[in-house]
Design a protein around this ligand. Structure first.
Ligand code: ATP
Ligand code: MG
Length: 256
């Protein structure tokens, strides 16, 4: 039975998609069976996995609205060696269209239940908002992985996210927990990065992953080739950090 994780942070551009795609490829490399769910109308995870979002026959949009089957919408990343439930701009409409539906925050959970036994991990790339889409991700998941940049404003948004997770845990999904905070785009030369990083460790202790993802241009270049960074340039510092993160996550789960 798959462990289901949301990669979430309502702040934009903090490395959610880069984390989701590279963790998916890193886990696939460890021979884990992985499904990556793109829950963002931007479709960045879809493209980053080498799938053309402009040519989808069916996507997560149809699945959420009950107009299509997950098994028909799902596709395979040839470059990352994992399955993908892709998305594109159509998904932006789901937010409003789902308002009318029963159990609207549980739609993704219900859809994923039919494939949970086919995977070891299901990773959900959330959009940059605490929206109905993100709520669907949180209701479907066992845990949340929060990527964050070590800068001053990062901490401000964090309490809103942690509060939302607490509410979902209390009212909708008792399985949900914060798996951990992942420091990304880290620049060790910046004094502020070091300070915020230390502050995070103080506040959140073991919830902060030991692995730190450095700022690395090869990770930023990889999506334009439709290849996950860990495969695009396996020797690059960023790629190696994401591989190490995958191993840390697996080890952490084995200890639980
Ligand atoms: P959004 O909120 O729009 O979905 P996001 O949180 O998913 O954004 P990403 O798309 O993963 O963030 O990253 C934002 C930008 O930063 C992208 O251009 C990405 O290539 C780049 N980036 C992410 N991580 C790194 C890194 N470790 N080093 C260098 N560039 C990075
Ligand atoms: Mg993204």
């Amino acid at each position: 039975m798959a462990k289901i994780f949301c990669i979430a942070n309502q702040k934009g551009g903090v490395g959610k998609t880069t984390t989701a795609v590279n963790l998916a490829a890193g886990l696939a490399n460890l021979k884990k069976r992985v499904l990556l769910v793109d829950l963002d109308p931007q479709g960045n995870a879809t493209m980053g996995a080498g799938i053309n979002k402009g040519e989808l026959k069916s996507s997560v949009y149809e699945v959420l609205l009950g107009m299509g089957n997950l098994k028909d919408a799902r596709t395979h990343s040839e470059t990352g060696h994992f399955d993908v439930l892709p998305s594109n701009r159509e998904l932006a409409g789901a937010e409003v269209e789902m308002v009318e539906l029963d159990q609207r925050e549980q739609r993704l959970k219900i859809a994923l239940s039919s494939v949970r036994d086919e995977y070891d991990f299901i990773l959900i790339d959330c959009p940059p908002a605490l929206s109905m889409l993100t709520l669907n991700g949180l209701c479907a998941a066992h845990g949340v992985i929060i990527p964050m940049q070590c800068e001053y404003y990062a901490l401000e948004g964090l309490s809103d996210l942690v509060n939302t997770i607490k509410i979902v845990h209390a009212k909708m999904n008792p399985d949900l927990q914060v798996i951990g905070l992942l420091r990304v785009m880290f620049d060790p030369r910046m004094m502020l990065s070091q300070q915020v990083s230390t502050q995070l460790e103080k506040h959140f202790g073991d919830k902060v992953f030991k692995t730190i993802i450095p700022r690395n241009v090869r990770l930023a270049e990889a999506p334009s080739y439709g290849v996950p960074g860990v495969i695009f340039d396996a020797g690059a510092k960023g790629a190696q950090a994401y591989v190490a993160f995958g191993k840390e996550l697996v080890a952490r789960l084995e200890k639980q």
